[in-house]
Design a protein. Structure first.
Length: 96
């Protein structure tokens, strides 16, 4: 079992918790996952939204410049490190 699947998420507004717990709480309460990259025009972004993290990973895995974000209904977001995508996929599988 990966480290990300072991973290017990509290609440997205619990600022006293560590970064890992905060990331997990945002991930668990995310309403959308966004794949985003800089566009051809400086300052403009190309953004794709997905309901499932696994769909976002499938889209972005071969595109090095894309960053994935978990975003909650309230607008809180966290970038999800590419190196940890497999662990987040494991967490998604155990929570759904």
């Amino acid at each position: 079992m990966s480290n990300k699947t072991k973290i017990k998420a509290t609440h997205e507004n619990d600022f006293m918790s560590g970064r890992d717990v905060w990331e997990a709480s945002i991930f668990d309460s995310a309403s959308v996952f966004v794949a985003q990259t800089l566009g051809p025009v400086p300052g403009k972004y190309i953004r794709h939204e997905f309901k499932c993290f696994s769909e976002a990973v499938e889209f972005a895995k071969d595109k090095d410049r894309y960053v994935l974000y978990a975003i909650t209904e309230s607008g809180r977001s966290v970038p999800l490190d590419r190196a940890d995508w497999d662990q987040w996929l494991d967490r998604e599988e155990t929570t759904t």
